[in-house]
Every structure is written in structure tokens, then in C-alpha cells.
Design a protein around this ligand. Structure first.
Ligand SMILES: *Cc1c(COP(=O)(O)O)cnc(C)c1O
Length: 363
């Protein structure tokens, strides 16, 4: 039997499988003048404005949120610390990406505090005291390195714990899946190469008025908040649907198109399908003889990046599946030999996941 797929499917954690409509939109972009238009032109302003409207609808963002473009989510992390923290950020750390957020605060000479648990574990709010002086609480909704997701309910409880702190959420490898309550958070960001099924090279930051006021306050006090990409400079241009620099116009155009497609499909349907596919994958591995999900507690299991313990067989499994056309990620960092990671994004159909499971039955 020939198990090989006609075209590969990328179940990698980002860059990943392209959203099915991207090819068509890319062709339309090539056939029009998108790649040549000025970023000061009305055509570009229309795209930016349309993206703001579509993202606000898709994510159910309150009116006072602004949408900024940055080069990558690591840049978003750095800008949040620069623009919202004089001294004290507080970090929930449970893997490599939440650690990067913490490290950025150290690099920028702040005085960050952290609550750290081991890889594969979630957090217990009863066990943590968030210091009163905390300016921003930083958390990674979906820890891509270990497959742990923070329940939305947990995030919703944070404002009551720390009413004067801003709350910043890295939703890079879960957006647009989580149905966050944006009245309870002040900043969030994601990159296009993960759940939106687009090429890398664009991070989108969602910022509310409270966070902008903090940036204004820090600037008044003489803090360095950056230059072209400081919040206030991004805001000034956003007001006229432009960016300070020459941005990645193609990426912004494609993101707007994919947002339109997702709105047509319906965010509820997208979320339901992700849950259904996650269930298929976790069921398969919960019942597997040798390979088991890394995250034991079901309430912390990520729906969008599924991490499996494969007993040092990661390279063998990943290369076997690749030979059949299924491209998976190895474990992150020190887990590269013992784990595999499978993304479950809107670009993956239920049928794709069923085919992957059928092939994994043969391992
Ligand atoms: C990929 C990832 C990042 C970094 O995104 P870049 O676009 O590469 O800067 C940050 N946080 C999480 C959780 C990620 O998965």
C-alpha cells in the first residue's frame, strides 16, 4: 500500500500548514499591485482599516483596543516591557517561551519577579502571591515548548488578584482559538505563522487605552520606551491607518484576507473543530501502548499544540512520518529526542488529522 500523501501536510508548530485559501490570495496579490503600492497610499490605509475591523469582530475585541504591527512576537514582548514597565513585571513561567518574556525584562534592566513551575504543569492561583507593586502580569496562554495551555478561567481571575496591574497575554501559538475576555486583559499578541496559517514575518499586538496611558506616563517620567516602534509612535500612525516604517504589506494583506475567510467560516465553528481534532489526538495517545501525552492534567492540555512523550524515538518517528508526507515538530530544546509536537491549527482539517492518526497507527 502506498501511504504517501500527494502533498505534504505540515503539523509543525510554526511555521506550519498554510490556511487553505492562502494560495488563492497570494495569486490575487501578485496579479494586483499589492506588492508595489506605497504604505502611505489610500489602498494601504484601506487594508489596515479593514484588518482592524475584521480582527475586532473575529476576536470580539472591545472598542478601545488598538492594533499595531511588529516584526515578530519576540519584538512584541520587548516592546511591552519597554512601554509598560518601569521596574516590576511579574511572570508566570512554565517553559521556554514564558521564560523568554521574563528574560526580556532582565535584558532591559527591569526587576522582574516570577512564579515558575516545571515543564508540563499549569499554575495554581492559590499558591501565588502577586506583589502589589506589579506593573504588568505576563503570561503565555499556550506554552509551545511543552503543550500546556492556561485555562481562560484562570486569566479571568487575575484582575481581582491585582487590580492595578496591566495583564499581557502571549497568545502566539493559540490565537485565534482561545475565547479570551478582552475586558480582563490589556495587551495580547500573536505571530502570523502559527494559528493563522500564514508565512512568518508579522506580529500583531492588541493594546488598550490603559496600556497606552502607562506608556505615556513612563515617557513623561523620562523612561526610554523605544524609538519608531514605541507605543505612542505606533498609535500616532495607527490613527491614520499607517505604520511608522515601511511594513510587510503583503503579510498584512494576507492576514486581512484570512480573517475574512475565518469570519465567513465562523469563529465558533473553528473553535469547535479544533476541540474535536484535539480530542481525536489525545484519545489516540491516551490509549497508545507506548506513547503518551506529556501533559497529564487534562485541564492544562493545549488544544493547539499537542506534545507527546515518545521514549527517545522522536527522530525516528518524525522522519518516518515525514517520508509519508506528514511533517511534525520534534520536542523543544532538551526534549528533542524524547518528544514530538503536533500542531492543531485552523488550517488543519478534521480529515487531515484522521489521516495522520491512521499513519501513526502503523508506527
Ligand atoms: C513562536 C512563539 C513566539 C515567538 O514568535 P516569533 O514570531 O518567532 O517572534 C513567542 N511565544 C510563543 C508562545 C511562541 O510559540
Amino acid at each position: 500500500m502506498n501511504r504517501k500523501l500527494k502533498t505534504k501536510i505540515y503539523f509543525t508548530c510554526g511555521p506550519s500548514q498554510l490556511y487553505p485559501t492562502v494560495k488563492k490570495h497570494l495569486k490575487e496579490a501578485m496579479d494586483s499591485d499589492i506588492l508595489s503600492i506605497s504604505h502611505r497610499s489610500p489602498q494601504f490605509q484601506k487594508i489596515y482599516q479593514s484588518l482592524i475591523n475584521n480582527l475586532k469582530k473575529l476576536l470580539n475585541l472591545p472598542e478601545d483596543f488598538h492594533i499595531f504591527f511588529l516584526s515578530s512576537s519576540l519584538e512584541s514582548i520587548e516592546r511591552i516591557i519597554q512601554n509598560c514597565v518601569a521596574k516590576y513585571s511579574f511572570h508566570f513561567v512554565n517553559g521556554a517561551f514564558s521564560k523568554k518574556f521574563y528574560q526580556a525584562a532582565i535584558d532591559l534592566k527591569k526587576n522582574p519577579q516570577l512564579y515558575e513551575v516545571g515543564g508540563g504543569y499549569g499554575f495554581d492561583l492559590k499558591k501565588v502571591e502577586i506583589p502589589k507593586k506589579t506593573e504588568v502580569i505576563c503570561l503565555t496562554h499556550n506554552e509551545t515548548s511543552t503543550g500546556v495551555a492556561i485555562p481562560v478561567q484562570f486569566i479571568n481571575q487575575l484582575p481581582a488578584q491585582a487590580p492595578s496591574s496591566l495583564i499581557a497575554v502571549d497568545m502566539v501559538s493559540s490565537a485565534p482559538y482561545p475565547s479570551l475576555d478582552y475586558k480582563k486583559i490589556d495587551l495580547a499578541f500573536f505571530s502570523t505563522q502559527k494559528g493563522f496559517g500564514l508565512p512568518a514575518g508579522l506580529s500583531v499586538m492588541l493594546v488598550n487605552e490603559k496600556a497606552l496611558n502607562k506608556a505615556r506616563f513612563l515617557e513623561k517620567k523620562g523612561f526610554i520606551t523605544g524609538s519608531h516602534h514605541r507605543f505612542i509612535s505606533l498609535l500616532k500612525k495607527e490613527q491614520i491607518f499607517q505604520t511608522p516604517e515601511t511594513p510587510n504589506v503583503l503579510a498584512i494583506y494576507l492576514l486581512n484576507k484570512v480573517c475574512e475567510d475565518m469570519l465567513k467560516k465562523g469563529i465558533k465553528t473553528i473553535r469547535k473543530e479544533i476541540e474535536e481534532k484535539a480530542k481525536l489526538l489525545y484519545n489516540f495517545f491516551d490509549n497508545h501502548r507506548y506513547f503518551k501525552p506529556f501533559v497529564k492534567d487534562p485541564q492544562f492540555r493545549s488544544k493547539t499544540t499537542i506534545v507527546i512523550d515518545v521514549k527517545e524515538k522522536a527522530k525516528e518517528i518524525v522522519s518516518k512520518l515525514a517520508s509519508w508526507g506528514f511533517i511534525l515538530s520534534l520536542g523543544y530544546g532538551s526534549f528533542k529526542d524524547s518528544q514530538i509536537r503536533i500542531s492543531n491549527f485552523p488550517a488543519h482539517s478534521i480529515n487531515d488529522v484522521k489521516k495522520l492518526i491512521k499513519s501513526m497507527e502503523l508506527l
